[in-house]
Each structure stands twice: as structure tokens, then as C-alpha cells.
Write a protein that binds this ligand. Sequence first.
Ligand code: SF4
Length: 714
Amino acid sequence: MDVDEIDASIRSGKAVCPYCGVGCVITAKVRNNKIIKIGADKDQAPNFGMLCPKGAYLKEVFDESGRLKYPLIRRHRGMAPTRVSWEEAIDFAAVRLLEIQKEHGRDSVGFYGSGQLDTEASYLFTKLFKGYLQTNNMDTNSRLCMSSAVAAYTQSFGSDAPPTCYDDIQHAEVILIIGANMAENHPVLFQMIRKRRVKGGNVRVVVVDPRSNPTAEFADVHIRLAPGSDVAFLQLLSKRLLGIGRMDAPFIRRRTEDFSSYAAHLKALDEEVLLKTCDIHPARVDEMVEYLSTPCRLLSFYCQGTNQSTQGVEKCLALQNLHLQLGEIGKKGAGPFSLTGQPNAMGGREVGYLSHQLPGHRLVANDAHRAYLEGAWGIRPGSISTEPGLTAVPMFQAAEEGEIRAMWIAATNPAVTMPDVKVAREGLRRAELVIVQDCYFPTETAEFADVLLPVAQWGEKEGTMTNSERLVVWSEKFLDPPGEAMPDWWIASQIAGEMGFDGFDFASHEDVWNEFRRLTAGTSCDMAGMTDERLRQAPMQWPCPHPRHPGTPRRYLRGRFATESGRAKFMPCAHKPPDEAADAQYPMTLTTGRVAQHWHTGTRTMKVPQLVSQEPEPFIEIHPDDAARHRVKEGEWIFLIGRRGRTYARARYTSRIRRGLLFMPMHWGESFHPETNVNRVTNPALDPVSHQPELKCCAVRIEREEKRASLTPV
Ligand code: SF4
């Protein structure tokens, strides 16, 4: 007998996990506004009873001492913020934003949001900034995560988002995981792959990653390529397959365009050069070629390892080219599947929260798209700016240069996460107005805030989120937020209303959802049929154009793509090395990433003793041969010195990493120690198309002479 069957004071609810893009639905039992049990329903998509430790320990993050509970205003920098009423905070934020725009122009303000925001909040921020404040200086941490995948999907298939779904794992014959440590970063999805293999059947798993990790250890083949050589590897594989005639000629003829120039480009490449670029044993490529040499269902997963690169878009395109060549798309068990890092990164893309986007996968650069939204929102024609706004890294650079005067930051911690983080921190210091809305306090970003707005967190609000497989899930409210915390959408609507803008008079988040879903009608992410009543019954995958439509687990099944011609495009690619090469002064390459126990900057997971005890402090993985060369002892605290700064962590020997390569996770910001943030050394160089920074690769040297006690706080 379950506990709530004998105790009427217990209530229950379910909501999307606030961590990764797998989007597990977590159930909770609550008594006296306290969670007493966390679980997962075995019949509930997408996780069917599974949770990883981050989700399973979610109960631990509700300690009120770490919460932002009341609106605060800091009257003078350097002083402690003081409690104010919601009315005062809303009035202050609204008046100051409008004053700064009036004095310095509409592009003097910027918004920086997050894939942690629900769809309703993301939509209202987009409407407010792009429609009413008339600036496209609105971007989010999704720019740092998967904007390269967005650009590549759009270029090849005419529409953002994967064609695939989680059920494809059950039908794939070869699973290629490239640049994604799924076992640690998308654990429940990886558990589905494990289960598929345990059940037996014909499935091979190939992992392509410069570093060994729990994902690679599970693979049939691990291809430990040189950092940044993904395009060369994928071209080598495609060329070898083309050389033995492995292509789906009928599919290519009927469903694609530009194959001949793609094939000619591949043929002209030198295999030896490609192999040397990847720095891998030829036998590894032979194995992969053998796996794919006969028709088989190919499912590819990829994430920040491909995306966070100055070649991010080309890497994604090279992978999509391989799928098109083999015809492995638009059918069960096949397709290129980019993973989202955050619970609603997909939903944010749907509402257009990146600086070049508008709601419904529309674009600010498209005249018809702008005109449609101006009409729908009832605003003057020409209100929406025609140029994409500043993306994440340039927005903080503009703040540092004094061009952006006001920053509104929601549900993210850029004072830790931006590459070359001192620029972002200086930008926040220099800005005249910094508004931070978050559920936690203190955070590194909150240190710079003039206005702090308390937000309801997981379980304390209703709202929708879309996971990696385009599954839209409705989350319930089953806890009362502490103090005066409110949902993000409510805060956006109140400040917009205070500014005097019509169009933000929403009584509930259902009202916001209904306005947004109607705007998607006829678009590639059509959710017009997803009424709030239907979503309360069960999650659904878009496109879902009318209220009787069952949703769409797989796209392009009829071979018609979202391009103007209806055909997918082969996109020629060229390998280029990472922006920053190791040299005599900086002889090691540093790559960054995450560990299973923590999430982003640790504002949640560092509150969970069970997770912190497993990974309590920052570390640097180093090959024992490199450690010997640099006389680094196991467990010793060492500095990494880069071209932009230095960082600091404990050395961890492992032969899982290539010689010459170091790995340091991203979770320990300035709250832990003034110098343990890895982004003090990372490279802000951008992919020229997606503007995603190259967080995965920079050059450093090791120094071990200085003692921890001599560190100077920032
Ligand atoms: S796999 Fe991701 S979504 Fe699922 S419980 Fe873990 S962190 Fe949450």
C-alpha cells in the first residue's frame, strides 16, 4: 500500500526534471509543503520509471536558506540589497529600462535567458524584447549549448530540431555517439541504450570522443580522435563508404539536392591527410566502415562536443551529410539526433528566444515573419528590428565596452559560464542596470545585480517544456514557493504591463500557452493542436496541427523536407583546426565538460550532499605521461595558464585521456574559490554561422610552483 493511500494530508504531483534535456518526468509526494518522496512513474513518457541521481535527489534542493524569497534592490553598488515590495521592484525595473532605452537607444538593453525557463516565460520575454522594446538583443545560454545544431538542421533540412525520437533507440542497428558523454550528461537516455543492448538484438555502439569516459567504455568501438577533427573523421568515413558504393541512390535522387558536388568534394580529399588529421589508427575507421557497409539503421547522437566549436555547424553538417548519403533519415531507428543540454532548450527555440529567431521557428531577418508577428501582437508595422541582435558572447562584450547599458538575466549564471569570463563579469560591473531573476541566492551573477527578483522553482509553478525529442510536457504545481517568489512568466508580464504595453494582460500561464501555440499554426513546429487540456492528459510531440492530431514522433517519414524544394541539401564542409593551437608557450590542449553529479554552475547540485560527496571539488584529468613530464603529483593542486587567464584545480591521473589533452569540468565557479572557474581560460572565439563559442578547446600550460594560499581573489 502506498503512503498516500493511508494519509490524506499527502498530495502528489509531477513535473519535468529541471536538469538535462532528456526531460524526465519526476513524481513527488508532498506533506505540509515538504517533499517526502521523489519517484518516477513506469508508464510515464519519456523516462518510464527511470531517474538518474540528480533527479532522484531533487528533494534535497528545497532548503529555504539558499533561496531568493523576496524582491531586493541594491541602491548603490557595493551595498547589500534591501527588501522591497513587488510593486516597488517592478516599478524600478520598468522605469530604469525605459529610461536607459530613451537615453541610449533601443539596443542599449539586453536580455540573457536560459533553457531552464519554461515556454510561457520564454515566449513573454521574446514578445517583450523583440516586439515591444524593439530590440533583438536577446539571447540565452542555448547559444553556448546547441546553436550549431540549430543552424545545421535549418541549412540541410529547412527546419530546426531533430527528426528522431527516443523510441528510435529500439530500432537502430548502429548507434553513433559523437561529442556527447551521454552516460554522464544524459544518463536516462543512455540507460535506454544499455537496456537495448542487454535485451540482445543486432545493435552496435560506436563512440567518437578524444577522451574516454563511461560512454566510451560501454562502446563496441571507441574512436579517440584528435580534438576538433570531427569534420575530417566524418569525411573520411563518408568517403570510404562512397568508395565502396555505400549510398542510397534512390533516396538521394528523389529526396536530396547537391549530391554531385558533395561527392566530388569527398573524392578530391586525401585519405591519408584525413587520417593524419584525426590521429587515429586506420583499424578504427575500418571497423566503422564495416558496420555501415551494408544497409542498416544508423542513429547518431551528438551534443556539445560537436557544437561548442568554431567549426560547430560544419561538424553537424558533415554528420547530416553522412545520414543523407546512406538514406538513414525519415524512418524508424535512423537520423541525426542532437541532444539538448537543458530541460527546455527546445521550447526556447520554438518561441524564438535566440537573437535571430521569432516565435514558431520564424526569423527576424524574414519580412513576412516579422509582419505576421507584428499583426498578431497588434503592434505597429516595423516594430521588430530587421537585424539579428547580439548573440551571447558579443552581448557581454558590448556591455564591457559600455554599449549595452542594461542587462536582464533570468535563470542562468553568466558570471561563471561565459568563455573568457572576466569580460562578462566586467560587463556586468560596468552596466548601469542589472536585473537578475532566479530562485537561488546568492549566485555569482547576483553579486552584480541592482534588482533581484525571486522565482518559483521546480514543483512550485505550472508550465510547459519541450525535451530533446520534441515532446511537450506539462508540469504541475504541488508546492507553494517560499516567501514571495513568483513564476517567471508573471514577472515578465508585470514589468511589461508597468511599462505601459498592451498585450501582457495574462491571468494564467494557460493564457500565455494558448496565445503562443496558436502562433505556431502552419509552422514547422506546429503546436496548434496541443491544447492545455490535452497536455494535462499526456505529453505530445510536435508537429501537432489540430486538436485531433496525435502528434509526430518522427519527422520527414514521407521524404519531404522543410526546405523550399522539399529536398534535403548536401552541404560541402571543410576541416579547419580549432581556433587556438597548442604551441611552445601553451603546449597542452584543454577541453571542458560536465560530470554526472553536477549541473552547470552547481547552484542546485552543490546543495545535495549525496552528489557533493562524490565530486566535491574541481579537478583536472591528466595523462600519467604528461604528469610525469610536468612533474605533477596525483592529487596536487595545479594551475592552468592560458592566453586569457589562469585556473586552478586538483590533478587527477587517468589514462582515459589522450596525451597532450587535459579535461576540466565547468561546475566550480567563483563561489567555490576565486580561481577555480575553468572559464577564466576558455576561448570566446565563435563559429562564424552559429556564433557558438569554442568552449571545448583552448591552449594552456601547467604551472605548479605557486601555493594555493598565495592566490589573489578576483
Ligand atoms: S537524465 Fe536528465 S532529465 Fe532525467 S533525471 Fe537525470 S538529469 Fe533529470
